[in-house]
Design a protein around this ligand. Sequence first.
Ligand SMILES: C[S@@+](CC[C@H](N)C(=O)[O-])C[C@H]1O[C@@H](n2cnc3c(N)ncnc32)[C@H](O)[C@@H]1O
Length: 223
Amino acid sequence: VNKELWTAVEQYVADIVAPSDTVLDAATEAGVRAGLPTIAVTPTEGKLLYMLARLVGAKRILEVGTLAGYSAIWMARALPPGGKLITLEYEAKHAEVARVNLSRAGLAEVVDVRVGAAHNTLPLLEREKAGPFDLVFIDADKKRNADYFEWAIKLSRPGAVIVVDNVIRDGEVIDANSKDPSILGVRRLNDLLRTEKRVTATTIQTVGSKGYDGFTIAIVLSS
Ligand SMILES: C[S@@+](CC[C@H](N)C(=O)[O-])C[C@H]1O[C@@H](n2cnc3c(N)ncnc32)[C@H](O)[C@@H]1O
């Protein structure tokens, strides 16, 4: 089994359960045109985020790591009227591309793109009582995963879902001697998950167009 097959199967299943549309395609194309990295979630993972939002009846969603707004569009589409998604992005240029993409998607009023390093903007959310959130998607600089996860718990209601992307990283996550900051970040999150009583979680490995990776899903029991 190889990446070519994983990609073909991903396209096959995505066509069935997570077909693209002009808005999602335009968002991806605008990102590419602006020179943004092509590291958005896959369509099937976007659909999973959409489904999780529906399952928890999300009215407030928080995302850490916007890029061009592709995953934000998937999640915001699951919100009921009056629902809100706040997404945090470090790069002003990424935020600008995302705002245009979200406007084109008719979601300018629903999604609030905030520019700044998440470790600075997350405390502001607490101060302005922006939460509690029903769904949090963590997909930014992986070295700070554990900090973002702590913030996600703090800003969530009991029963909320937290998703953390890219936690397998070609299997490198099991390398206890890794010096890679992203691996260290994921392992620090895993150390936290071993003992953290306020959540219960599982981690799923995935293969597809983005290679061999995976995500963690946690339910907040108390915050
Ligand atoms: C993997 S991309 C996000 C992809 C997006 N969630 C999607 O699937 O469409 C990660 C994003 O996090 C941003 N980022 C990196 N460090 C950050 C930080 N400290 N605070 C907020 N965003 C950050 C990057 O600029 C990048 O746009």
